[in-house]
Design a protein. Structure first.
Ligand SMILES: Cc1cc2nc3c(=O)[nH]c(=O)nc-3n(C[C@H](O)[C@H](O)[C@H](O)COP(=O)(O)OP(=O)(O)OC[C@H]3O[C@@H](n4cnc5c(N)ncnc54)[C@H](O)[C@@H]3O)c2cc1C
Length: 493
C-alpha cells in the first residue's frame, strides 16, 4: 500500500507529476473527468479546422524535454522557435511586429515606439535579472517548507528586493521606464498571463514578460495539444494507468490522513493523492468536511476568458501566429473584469492563428482563428447576452482594423465562456489561474503544494503555488515530487 498514488486530473500539472512519481517506481493512476487527456491543453477539429482550445503561448520547452526524457521508450518532442513573439495592432492604426529575443524586442521599442535605448535595455535586463534571482526561490521551490527556501538563493532574492518593484504596480513600473503609452500598454499586457490587472498587480510580476521578450516563444510540432499527448505517451511508457470519464467524487480521509478516492461510487485505496484539479473544487466538493484554508481560498479569483474558435476562409498576410488588437482604454477593461464583473464594448482581442505555423491546421486558403477576450469569472451574469454582444464588438473591431467584412468569412464557429470553463474543468467561476495576483502579497499567498491538514494529499496545477501558466504548473509538479520524496521516500533524496 505504501506505493499507491492516485492523481486527480490529466492537465499538464497532473501528467508531469504522474511521470515523475512513476519514474520513482510508484504505482500511479490518473483519473480524468473528461474523455480526453491534457485538461485545457487539448485540441478539437471542426470542419477541417484544428484548434488548440486553451493555451497557445509556449515558452521553456526544456521543461517538456526533461519530462519526455524520463520515459522508458524514446519520444522525440519536436518544437521550433517562432521568429516573432507577437504582432500588435492599436486603434490609431499603429502596427508593431515584435521579433523574438532581446534584440528583436529592443528594435521594436527603440525604432518603432521611439523609446530611450538605454532605458529599454535596462528594463529588459531587469526582467532577466529579477527572473534569475526569484525563480529558484519562488518558482522552483515550495515557499511553505523552510528547507526548500532556506539557502543562499533566498539571500540573493532578499538582497535584490529593492529592485523588484514590489511597492509599485506593473503599470507604475512600466511608466518608470517608458514614455510612449503604447509601450506601457504592451508591457502591462503580461499581467493577463496570470489573470491579473496591471493597474493593481505589483511591478514584481513584470518578470512574466521575461521569457517572451528576452527569449521568445516556441511552436510545438502538431500544436499545443501535442505537448500533453507526448506527456501521456511518456507516462504510459512508465506504467501509469489512465481512467477517463472518471470524475472523482470524494477524497476519503481518516484521522488526518488520506485513505483513497471515491470514483464511480467505489473507494480506491491510496496513501498518496495528488490533486491537479482546482484547489477550490478539491476542498469544497471533494472533502467538504476537512477544515478549509479560508484565507487562501477567500482571495479574489483570476480572470476567465471568452474564446471564439473561427474557421476563416481567407489568408491574412498582415497576421502572425500571435496577434493582439489593443483596446483604446485599457484601464476601463480591467475595471470591468475585476470590479463591475462585465465586458467592455472595446475589448483587447488576442488572436492566435496556428495555421500560420502549421498549414495543416486549416483547409487550403483558410486560417484557424482562436479569438480570445479576457473576461470576469462567472458570478451570475447573463453569459448568453454578454457573449452575443461581445461577438458583435469583436467582429466590428477586427473588420475595421483589417478592412474586411469578417462575418462573411467565418465558415465554422465554436465558443467557450466562463460557464463552460467551469463546467468542463471544475475551475471555480471559470477562473483560469485560481486566485489573481492583484495585491502585493497575493503571489505569496497561494495554496501550498501539500494539504496542511491532510497527510498524503498534494496539489499540482495552476491554482496553487507557484501559479499560472504551463511552465509554472510543470515546476509545481517538480515541487510535489520533492515533497513526496521528503515525506515518504527519503531514500530517493
Ligand atoms: C483560453 C486559455 C488560454 C490560455 N493561454 C495560456 C498560454 O498561452 N500559455 C500558458 O502557459 N497557459 C495558458 N493558459 C493557462 C493554462 O490552461 C494552464 O497553464 C495549464 O494548462 C493548466 O494546467 P493544469 O494542469 O493546472 O490544469 P487543467 O488543465 O485545468 O487540468 C486539470 C484537470 O483536472 C480535471 N478534473 C477536475 N476536477 C476533476 C475531478 N473531480 N475528477 C477528475 N478530474 C478532474 C479537469 O477535467 C482537467 O483535465 C490558458 C488557459 C486558457 C483557458
Amino acid at each position: 500500500m505504501k506505493h499507491v498514488v492516485k492523481v486527480i486530473g490529466s492537465g499538464v500539472g497532473g501528467l508531469a507529476t504522474a511521470i515523475r512519481l512513476a519514474k520513482l517506481g510508484l504505482k500511479v493512476t490518473v483519473y480524468e473527468k473528461n474523455s480526453f487527456v491534457g485538461g485545457k491543453v487539448h485540441s478539437r477539429t471542426f470542419d477541417g479546422y484544428r484548434f488548440d482550445m486553451g493555451p497557445s503561448v509556449f515558452t521553456e520547452p526544456h521543461l517538456i524535454e526533461e519530462l519526455v526524457a524520463l520515459g522508458n521508450s524514446p519520444i522525440l518532442f519536436e518544437h521550433s522557435p517562432l521568429p516573432e513573439s507577437c504582432r500588435y495592432f492599436y486603434e490609431d492604426g499603429t502596427r508593431l511586429i515584435v521579433k523574438s529575443g532581446t534584440e528583436g524586442t529592443l528594435k521594436c521599442l527603440i525604432h518603432d515606439l521611439g523609446e530611450n535605448p538605454k532605458r529599454s535595455r535596462e528594463y529588459l535586463k531587469k526582467l532577466s535579472a529579477n527572473y534569475e534571482a526569484l525563480s529558484p526561490v519562488f518558482i522552483q521551490a515550495s515557499l511553505h517548507r523552510l528547507k526548500h527556501v532556506w539557502n543562499r538563493n533566498l539571500l540573493r532574492a532578499v538582497w535584490n528586493i529593492p529592485r523588484y518593484g514590489l511597492f509599485t504596480t506593473m503599470n507604475g513600473l512600466s511608466k518608470r521606464f517608458f514614455l510612449n503609452p503604447k509601450t506601457v500598454q504592451f508591457m502591462n499586457r503580461f499581467a493577463t498571463y496570470n489573470g491579473s490587472d496591471p493597474y493593481q498587480t505589483p511591478g514584481l510580476l513584470s518578470i512574466i514578460g521575461h521569457l517572451e521578450l528576452n527569449i521568445g516563444s516556441f511552436f510545438p510540432k502538431g500544436g499545443m495539444a501535442n505537448i500533453t499527448q507526448q506527456l501521456q505517451k511518456t507516462a504510459l511508457s512508465l506504467g501509469v494507468q489512465f481512467e477517463f470519464n472518471s470524475e472523482i467524487e470524494a477524497i476519503e480521509t481518516e484521522n488526518g490522513q488520506v485513505r483513497g478516492i471515491r470514483v464511480h461510487g467505489n473507494l480506491e485505496p491510496a496513501d498518496i493523492v495528488v490533486s491537479n484539479a482546482d484547489v477550490h473544487h478539491t476542498y469544497e466538493q471533494l472533502m467538504p468536511t476537512v477544515a478549509k484554508p479560508n484565507k487562501v481560498l477567500g482571495q479574489e479569483l483570476s480572470s476567465s476568458a471568452v474564446v471564439f474558435y473561427w474557421g476563416v476562409k481567407r489568408i491574412f498576410p498582415e497576421l502572425g501566429v500571435h496577434n493582439v488588437f489593443f483596446a483604446e482604454d485599457y484601464k476601463a477593461e480591467f475595471e470591468a473584469i475585476f470590479k463591475t464583473k462585465t465586458l467592455v464594448s472595446d475589448p483587447t482581442i488576442y488572436l492566435h492563428v496556428s495555421s500560420k505555423a502549421d498549414p495543416n491546421d486549416a483547409p487550403v486558403g483558410c486560417e484557424n482563428w482562436f479569438v480570445m477576450v479576457n473576461a470576469p469569472v462567472a458570478s451570475g451574469q447573463n453569459w448568453i447576452a454578454l457573449v452575443q454582444d461581445l461577438r458583435k464588438h469583436v467582429i466590428v473591431k477586427i473588420s475595421r482594423i483589417l478592412k474586411v467584412s469578417l462575418e462573411e468569412l467565418i465558415q465554422t464557429e465554436y465558443v467557450n465562456d466562463p460557464i463552460k470553463w467551469q463546467q468542463v474543468f471544475n475551475g471555480k467561476g471559470g477562473s483560469i489561474y485560481g486566485n489573481n495576483s492583484n495585491s502585493t502579497m497575493a503571489a505569496f499567498n497561494r495554496h501550498p503544494n501539500f494539504a496542511p491538514n491532510v497527510k498524503g494529499l498534494y496539489f499540482a496545477g495552476v491554482t496553487v503555488h507557484p501559479g499560472g501558466g504551463i511552465p509554472l504548473a510543470l515546476n509545481g509538479a517538480k515541487i510535489v515530487e520533492r515533497l513526496i520524496k521528503e515525506d515518504h521516500f527519503r531514500e530517493f533524496l
